[in-house]
Design a binder for this molecule. Structure first.
Ligand SMILES: [Zn+2]
Length: 355
């Protein structure tokens, strides 16, 4: 795949710079056929032609983005990065949980993460930079809405706790990076001592990427479990919409935020909510959720970050900072749903209203 992509890309680049010729998909595809007849690249005939053509289609899309000014010039694919091959319907067969690829006699030995809802329309085989193989199947299905529940919840995202709910539940943030930091540092030190381009360096690099992959897996697994639980239990989930990208630019906070995975968490809540017929409501992050007393509505002038609990000067209610914020977020979210839009000029933006 990479070989075809890169050799056709080189050929296209030459045509573009030497002869000022733009090459279309048809010519690129003809070029592929020509390459396949050469004796030194005869191995290309041993695999299905579909993923080879598919990668040229992706290259075509990359060129289109470039010519329309949306992207940089297409780059060569590196052996070190994620590799993938895309099989469209004519190039695979799926029967009762077994997957056969074209030009392969044996079915793929797959450990399924879940049963497929139907026959897939596209199958992508990929190898990540940690050397692990994955099969992803594109399936179209009708999502089944969960039975309606009367429960609603507000969520305040944080760093020390991943989130605090309006019911007072705290879900801790197990800083996965910190747990693996020592192992990662050791692996990286070893890598830095290896000679450039050597076999041992490649092995050491694989070790480093394996630890990175492990950290990422722990994180997404946990986020999936948490988002699943919130969506199953609640009809409406109100959450602060985050400008995560802006926050990540703050170098002091960025590592902790990337570790917490807020963006991914909100994404999961949204799509799972959409499938289950639940509502996920985003509240503008400039809404003073922390500084407002959730009991009487009084807003205090300032509430420095280090103050974790406070007492409202108006009504005397003692507040936990995060729980109070979560209760306010829930109230604001419900107001958004009831009124449709702007509440008292604060300007709340729903992340999505899927139903
Ligand atoms: Zn109050």
């Amino acid at each position: 795949m990479r070989f075809v992509y890169n050799s056709v890309l080189r050929w296209r680049t030459d045509a573009f710079f030497k002869e000022q010729q733009a090459v279309g998909y048809t010519q690129a595809s003809a070029r592929l056929t020509a390459i396949k007849t050469l004796p030194e690249t005869a191995f290309l005939n041993e695999v299905s032609s579909v993923p080879l053509q598919q990668c040229l289609r992706h290259q075509q899309a990359a060129f289109k983005s470039f010519f329309e000014g949306r992207a940089k010039y297409p780059a060569f694919k590196s052996k070190k990065h994620r590799q993938s091959a895309e099989f469209t319907r004519s190039a695979f067969r799926y029967r009762d949980g077994t997957l056969f690829l074209a030009k392969c006699d044996e079915p793929l030995a797959i450990r399924w993460s879940r049963p497929l809802p139907c026959e897939p329309s596209t199958v992508t085989i990929s190898k990540d930079c940690a050397g692990r193989y994955f099969v992803s199947c594109l399936c179209e299905f009708e999502p089944e809405a969960l039975p309606v529940t009367p429960k609603t919840i507000g969520i305040d995202l944080g760093l020390k706790d991943l989130f605090v709910t309006s019911e007072g539940e705290r879900v801790g943030n197990p800083r996965h990076t910190a747990r693996y930091a020592a192992r990662l540092a050791k692996a990286q030190r070893r890598l830095s001592r290896k000679t450039l381009g050597s076999k041992n360096r490649a092995k050491a690099r694989l070790k480093v990427t394996r630890i990175h992959a492990k950290i990422a897996d722990c994180r997404t697994d946990r986020l999936h479990k948490l988002s699943r639980r919130l969506i199953n239990e609640n009809q409406v989930v109100c959450i602060e919409s985050l400008a995560v990208k802006n926050l990540i630019r703050n170098p002091r906070l960025s590592k902790a935020i990337a570790d917490a995975g807020w963006g991914e968490f909100v994404r999961q809540l949204e799509y799972k909510g959409g499938w289950a017929g639940r509502q996920v409501v985003g509240i503008d992050r400039w809404y003073p959720s922390s500084k407002r007393c959730s009991r009487c509505g009084n807003t205090v002038a300032s509430l420095p970050m280090q103050i974790r609990s406070w007492t409202c000067p108006e009504c005397g209610t003692a507040h936990d900072r995060d729980v109070n914020a979560a209760v306010n977020i829930k109230a604001a979210g419900l107001a958004v749903l009831a009124l449709g839009e702007n509440v008292s000029g604060i300007g709340q933006v729903p992340l999505s209203c899927s139903r």
